[in-house]
Design a protein around this ligand. Structure first.
Ligand SMILES: *[C@@H]1O[C@H](CO)[C@@H](O)[C@H](O)[C@H]1NC(C)=O
Ligand SMILES: *[C@@H]1O[C@H](CO)[C@@H](O)[C@H](O)[C@H]1NC(C)=O
Ligand SMILES: *[C@@H]1O[C@H](CO)[C@@H](O)[C@H](O)[C@H]1NC(C)=O
Ligand SMILES: *[C@@H]1O[C@H](CO)[C@@H](O)[C@H](O)[C@H]1NC(C)=O
Ligand SMILES: *[C@@H]1O[C@H](CO)[C@@H](O)[C@H](O)[C@H]1NC(C)=O
Length: 742
């Protein structure tokens, strides 16, 4: 269409009609339409949220995010980025290979040879291996021992094992074997795989990872169930419900959504309501030969079959379930099912499943506490999310209320309790939270800014919070308090005021390593390091880690990367599209703007003034070459002992092994600064610097920075000789007693 010929005729059309035309255009036509004629080149049209969100969701199979549904600009930018930039990250405990990480790669800076880490965990996000060949990734979910991703072709891939407890396979090794690389989930013999050929029956539009099984819904409306990465998926059929598999979105028998819970399967079937059944477990032989499995035993959650468009009248003329409303979304926890309805209400019901009784109780409405604003709007529930024992409800007023299954149980079983049902974590209120993902003990919030924050705790310091660096002490500077070596990592109470973000930039990890090891002058900083991360009291740690948080939050602006270059779409170098968690691990789908990420990497490197002479033989690293990045100048500690000391300082105060001493050989009782070369040259070469220099001849821009020195909110002045540091965004008003507020 050219601007000379048709703009007037087109503009004569009423807006409503234009909006009806949009959905039929692909992105290229839509963009040329809105850019050819001026009147349409206006953000109302060019950034029409209905158009762009539908395009992203339909073309890339990205699940909807109700909180930002109306943000057209955001969807438009996502659309552009989705095509090339989606990457899968994972972190936490690598139980059975669920992080999709072989651990064969170097994982300390400057390391020359791959070394196996003693404990298999990642405390900061790492790209899952083998995901880049899979094309555009649309969704990602964590299971008990697995991580599963959905591609824009509708294909599912998993790594780890689906059921880590299953001992009953007939042949050795009797357990499901870990998949280190994402492995395609397969279908019965003869069914095309969506990675090879599109077929509505097998292309997956929505899936759900439970603790130990996966449920998926295909474009045609068929339910698939997997219990083992190696076995064929099972087509689920019911004795009591007939499913419509013609690809329609509405009508009796249409499956709206499937959710795999702790150990139950639930589907929302129009006309039936919420249908619950046990995950299907077939033997290898059965799965090879069967096309489908008929579920004999299923139950329906009472009063969930009401549909607004087709109210079903009972014999006495009443409309059944009208007071509940139409079920819109639901979650399945360990023993309960919760759902929100068209009336903006949320209900919960208890699952009882024994050999003799398989039933779900009458749903009970959960009352939503409102604060100040007492209009009905404030308590209108717009979303519900959760897994295992934790959940959250979102309200129209912007509140994000968290709770646990234990807290609602008395209400559901008619017992008296004075316990408050919901908690209002300050860092989640009016912070544009799109979704929450719950592991067993930790959880994450995804914010519309593309950032992820962490809460709860990580058992055995497994890294599930994603706030660590290359080792434990860096996590302390992010606000994690470890109860002993290998103990649980709890967040300082300060972390609940503004939230602590998961960092995807490698440079930030270098920076935090550098600061943790004492900064430019570890001796001057020693007392502060001890105060902030080497003492049990949370005050200094809480405030210093928040200061670090603010520096990290302002990273791109600080180094002049924001607002530069054509590629800056305002989404930042790393933009998280989704977050997931289960057990002791997490994952995120992140849109990485490589160009910006590279500029960020470059921006933090500065050349040393005097070039250094390298006389390295990579095969035979010497103790001397291990000091490689130091300059001939005095800007960096230049001799080995100072370098070692800087590196070990933070760990020393924490009673941890120095970086360059084998953990196993370390005796914390005789912890001392390493003043002589007790380690071999090879070990020393692995730890040549701690975030002061990226490579020989260059140093990081922060190489002269000191460990922060703050005036704390209780009036304490942190010791030292350097100037006091200022807060980038001001010191927050701490809400340390938030748990008791209401
Ligand atoms: C399902 O989980 C519940 C709660 O953990 C447990 O009591 C029950 O035995 C489990 N059922 C099966 C079949 O594993
Ligand atoms: C219920 O939750 C879903 C998403 O989980 C949301 O799309 C829907 O709009 C919610 N219902 C209402 C009435 O807000
Ligand atoms: C490096 O050393 C030279 C000479 O010793 C000195 O003039 C210069 O200021 C030093 N540079 C820095 C950054 O300290
Ligand atoms: C570091 O080197 C300088 C000069 O090379 C020397 O004077 C100093 O004693 C060394 N420091 C230590 C702790 O060995
Ligand atoms: C230095 O190394 C020697 C030989 O390995 C050892 O005997 C001595 O105890 C070490 N000194 C310190 C302070 O570690």
């Amino acid at each position: 269409m050219s601007s000379e010929e048709s703009p007037t005729t087109l503009l004569d059309l009423p807006v409503d009609l234009l909006l009806l035309i949009f959905p039929h255009l692909d992105a290229a036509s839509f963009l040329s339409l809105t850019s050819t004629c001026k009147a349409l080149h206006n953000s109302d049209f060019a950034e029409d949220s209905a158009y762009w969100s539908a395009l992203v969701r339909n073309q890339f199979r990205v699940p909807n995010q109700p909180v930002v549904q109306n943000d057209g600009r955001r969807w438009k930018r996502l659309y552009k980025r989705m095509r090339t930039q989606s990457k899968c990250y994972a972190w936490g405990n690598d139980d059975k290979g669920c992080l999709g990480h072989s651990f064969d790669l170097p994982n300390l800076p400057g390391q020359r040879r791959p070394v196996m880490r003693r404990s298999r965990h990642l405390s900061c996000p790492s790209v899952m291996e083998g995901t880049e060949q899979l094309g555009i990734i649309s969704d990602m979910q964590s299971g008990g021992w697995s991580t599963t991703i959905l591609t824009s072709k509708g294909a599912l891939y998993s790594c780890g094992v689906m059921d880590g407890l299953q001992f009953n396979q007939r042949r050795p090794p009797y357990m499901q074997q870990p998949k280190k690389q994402p492995t395609a989930l397969i279908f019965p013999v003869g069914m095309p795989h969506p990675k090879d050929r599109y077929e509505p029956v097998t292309a997956i539009k929505q899936f759900s990872s439970g603790r130990s099984h996966i449920l998926a819904l295909s474009d045609s409306g068929r339910i698939w169930s997997w219990q083992d990465i190696e076995l064929r998926g099972v087509h689920v059929k019911f004795v009591h419900h007939t499913l419509k598999e013609d690809g329609r979105e509405k009508g009796t028998g249409v499956v709206k959504k499937v959710v795999a819970g702790w150990n139950k399967s639930v589907a929302l079937i129009e006309g039936s309501g919420l249908v619950v059944w046990e995950p299907i477990r077939l033997s290898q032989e059965e799965s090879e030969t069967s096309d489908a499995a008929l579920v004999l035993l299923s139950t329906v959650v009472p009063r969930t079959q009401y549909v607004d468009s087709a109210p079903h009248k009972t014999s006495d003329g009443a409309v059944e379930g009208q007071d509940v409303g139409e079920v819109q979304s639901f979650i399945v926890l360990e023993d309960t099912i919760l759902f929100n309805t068209s009336l903006g209400k949320v209900f919960a019901a208890v699952i009882t499943w024994t050999d003799t009784v398989q039933a779900v109780s009458e749903p009970v409405e959960l009352s939503i506490p409102v604060k100040g604003d007492t209009t009905a709007e404030a308590s209108f529930v717009t979303d519900i999310q959760g897994s295992f024992r934790n959940f959250a409800v979102f309200t129209k007023a912007g509140d994000v209320l968290t709770s646990e299954q234990d807290r609602i149980m008395p209400l559901l079983t008619n017992q008296h309790t004075n316990r408050r049902l919901f908690t209002r974590i300050p860092a989640l209120q009016n912070k544009q939270v799109i979704s929450l993902a719950f592991g067993d003990y930790h959880f994450h919030a995804l914010h519309s800014s593309g950032e992820i924050t962490s809460y709860g705790y990580e058992p055995q310091s497994c890294g599930a919070l994603g706030l660590g660096g290359h080792g434990v002490p860096e996590g302390r500077l992010r606000g994690v308090q470890n109860r002993g070596i290998g103990g649980d990592g709890h967040l300082v109470p300060h972390a609940y005021t503004e939230g602590r973000r998961v960092w995807f930039e490698k440079e930030k990890q270098e920076w935090i390593s550098f600061i943790t090891s004492g900064g430019a002058d570890p001796q001057e900083a020693a007392a502060r390091v001890r105060m902030a991360i080497g003492s049990p009291g949370p005050n200094a740690q809480g405030e210093v880690s928040e200061w670090i948080e603010q520096e990290g939050r302002d990273w791109e602006t600080k180094f002049g990367i924001r607002g530069q270059g054509e590629e800056d779409d305002g989404l930042g170098a790393y933009f998280a599209l989704s977050v997931s968690a289960a057990g002791w691990h997490s994952g995120a789908l992140v849109l990485v703007n490589e160009d910006m990420a590279e500029r960020l990497r470059k921006a933090v490197e500065v050349p040393e003034r005097a070039p250094i002479e390298t006389h390295e033989d990579p095969a035979q690293p010497t103790a001397e070459s291990s000091q490689a990045p130091s300059s001939t100048n005095n800007t960096l500690p230049t001799n080995a002992s100072i370098l070692d000391r800087a590196a070990d300082w933070g760990r020393y105060f924490l009673g941890l092994a120095p970086y360059n001493v084998n953990d196993a050989a370390y005796d914390p009782n005789s912890a001392h600064l390493r003043t002589n070369a007790t380690t071999n040259a090879n070990e020393a070469s692995q730890t040549q610097n701690f975030g002061a220099s990226p490579r020989p001849g260059y140093k990081y821009i922060w190489a002269d920075d000191h460990f922060p020195r703050l005036r704390l909110s209780d009036g304490t002045e942190m010791p030292g000789e350097v100037e006091f540091d200022e807060w980038r965004f001001g010191r927050p008003e701490w809400r340390l007693g938030w748990e008791d507020e209401e």
